[in-house]
Design a protein around this ligand. Structure first.
Ligand SMILES: Nc1ncnc2c1ncn2[C@@H]1O[C@H](COP(=O)(O)OP(=O)(O)OP(=O)(O)O)[C@@H](O)[C@H]1O
Length: 585
């Protein structure tokens, strides 16, 4: 079975600029209008940072102005060596006005930004979930079968968020970077020696960040692997609970679950630890550079007011640097999830589904197999080989043969779920491959040995999300000999079954499945061991009711000779005569 997750440790650790470029490339494939959205959000974010910087600078000036007023009244404030060293003298009301304005601007921009951020991210998540779900429905059936179901659930429900998270991280990264540059330029203009010290700190900081990158990427992949394993175990336990209980394996499952759950907790704890460590490194480095500035302030050729503004800026810069780090590390961490989303979305759609073929109104003559062979993906031998037979419209045909001889494979080809790897199937002389699938499927219905019941009432299960009237549901239940036991349920057709209908016997579930297949009044009915759980008497009653309903093409797979005998034709898949059509005497 194809597992989605990939080993991250096998990949080399890239420089972080490469990681940003890689995530950006991946996102461009997934999010249309990415550039526009990101640019707007980054510009708004940077403006927020800019208004913060202006606010800090003016605040320092105001404090100085108030200090000066306390000793000598009526002196104008000058900005610290701002705008290329030009002293701008501002009156106290103007200074206060600009200060309040910049604070209000920062608050409003921050608010607008978070609204846009949330709207865009939810929009991305919604569209990702829809696209992933649609992909599961449109990939070829064989590809679908090759996936672990629990992985698919994980990728649709959980990993789809990785795309909006990656988008949010890239935007925040852009904002943090832009803000760092603006603060840096501000510091350079106010007090260049401090800016040089900050730059040196930036280089050391980047170097330190490189240490964590590989670990974060591996952590992301192992967190994902741990969650996938936990989901898979939960999923299989729920699916096989009866067997688990019958084999007395509850303790073993509990132990396995606890181990996997511990793994998940362990990876989250490691993630928290690493987050705390990178944050500590960043804070210590900032503290070191501020301490250096304070200790060397006497020797630096910088005006005290400018030095103070620049130091406060540096201090305020620290959260942006921390944000920058954590976003980069998040981008490493989410690599595995993004790859899973991309891997599923890059699956090719079933070409047949999109094809606008010729419509089919009804089957008038026959379904004919011409030299048909089919080999499953990765199989070494064909499941069916050189089949030649004809299934006549309006007649009943039994497909018989030993287990594994290809009966279900033939039905799946008729249902167009899989296509012959050699040869062709014709419908009234027209190649099935060129026909419109949905109009063909409207003529068909299938019922199998294992009925996939869903959460809902009896009525919901027979209707199966199709527009079928209550009258047709009741008619189908009658033909499937199901009405009697349904009406004996406390709420009859409104009885809630749950997704496994545990209160029903195997034969009762099969009759609900049969009613579901019949309710659409199909012209062609495919029954794949669909009555295997019924007693002989009920099975015969079901077949005579189905056959009474005229002009139906019935194709039945059954291991019971009595059922095969009821059919007019028999296609026997027993080797060496792989297939032949014969009329039973
Ligand atoms: N998804 C699949 N991938 C690979 N091989 C498959 C797949 N499905 C079926 N096969 C193989 O194809 C062959 C035919 O299987 P098929 O289910 O059509 O047989 P069958 O006659 O319906 O069997 P049974 O009577 O036991 O239901 C078998 O050898 C089976 O192992």
């Amino acid at each position: 079975m194809h597992r989605m997750r990939q080993s991250a440790s096998s990949r080399p650790t890239n420089a972080y600029n490469m990681v940003i470029a890689a995530r950006f490339r991946e996102l461009r494939q997934l999010v249309p209008a990415l550039r526009l959205k990101m640019t707007v959000m980054i510009i708004l974010g940077i403006l927020t940072g800019f208004s913060e910087m202006v606010g800090i600078t003016l605040l320092v000036s105001l404090v100085f102005l108030l200090g000066q007023q306390a000793s000598t009244s009526g002196v104008g404030a000058s900005l610290p060596a701002f705008f290329g060293g030009v002293d701008l003298s501002l009156s106290k009301p103007v200074l206060i006005g600009i200060l309040i304005g910049s604070i209000l601007l920062r608050i409003s921009l921050g608010f607008v930004n978070s609204l846009i951020d949330s709207a865009v991210n939810h929009q991305i998540s919604d569209s990702m979930r829809d696209r992933l779900y649609a992909k599961v429905l449109t990939i070829p059936f064989q590809r679908f079968q090759s996936y672990e179901r629990s992985d698919l659930i994980n990728v649709i429900a959980t990993e789809s968020y990785a795309v909006s998270s990656a988008h949010a991280s890239l935007v925040r990264l852009g904002v943090n970077f832009g803000t760092i540059v603006i603060f840096g330029v501000g510091m350079l203009v106010m007090a260049w020696p401090i800016a040089v010290l900050a730059l040196a700190f930036g280089c050391i900081h980047n170097f330190a960040l490189g240490f964590f990158a590989g670990a974060y990427r591996r952590l992301g992949a192992s967190a994902l692997a741990a969650v996938e394993s936990l989901t898979q175990l939960s999923w299989t336990t729920l699916q096989t609970l009866k067997a688990v209980k019958s084999f007395g394996l509850e303790k073993r499952h509990q132990k396995l679950f606890e181990e996997l759950s511990r793994d998940v907790g362990h990876t989250w704890r490691r993630s928290d630890w690493m987050g705390a460590t990178t944050s500590l490194v960043s804070e210590v480095l900032t503290f070191a550079v501020i301490l250096t500035i304070i200790l060397s302030s006497q020797f630096l050729p910088v005006d005290f007011k400018a030095a103070l503004s620049a130091t406060i800026l540096l201090y305020r810069l620290q959260p942006h640097i921390k944000g920058f780090d954590s976003q980069i590390l998040r981008l490493y961490e989410m690599e595995a999830s993004l790859h899973n989303v991309l891997a599923l979305l890059s699956e090719k759609d079933d070409a047949k589904q999109a094809l606008q073929g010729e419509p089919v109104k009804r089957l008038s003559e026959a379904i004919v197999f011409h030299d048909v062979s089919f080999t499953y993906e990765h199989a070494t031998a064909p499941a069916v080989h050189n089949l030649n037979f004809s299934i006549k419209a309006g007649e009943t045909t039994a497909l018989t043969g030993p287990s594994g001889s290809g009966k279900t494979t033939i039905l799946n080809m008729i249902l167009d779920l899989i296509q012959p790897t050699r040869g062709l199937i014709t419908i009234d002389g027209r190649n099935l491959a060129t026909l419109d699938r949905s109009s063909w499927l409207q003529l068909l219905s299938v019922s199998g040995q294992d009925v996939e019941l869903m959460e809902g009432t009896v009525y919901d299960n027979i209707r199966f999300r199709r527009d079928i009237s209550e009258q047709d549901v009741r008619w189908a239940a009658d033909v499937a000999c199901a009405t009697e036991f349904i009406e004996n349920l406390p709420k009859g057709f409104d009885e809630w079954l749950g997704d496994e209908a545990v209160r029903l016997s195997g034969g009762q579930r099969q009759r609900i499945g049969l009613a579901r297949a019949l309710a659409g009044r199909p012209q062609i009915l495919l029954l794949d061991e669909a009555t295997s759980a019924l007693d002989e008497n009920t099975e015969m009653r079901v077949f005579s009711a189905i056959q009474e309903d005229a002009d139906r093409t019935l194709i039945v797979v059954s291991h019971r000779p009595a059922v095969a005998k009821l059919m007019k034709n028999q296609i026997d898949l027993r080797p060496p005569m792989l297939a032949s059509t014969s009329k039973l005497g």
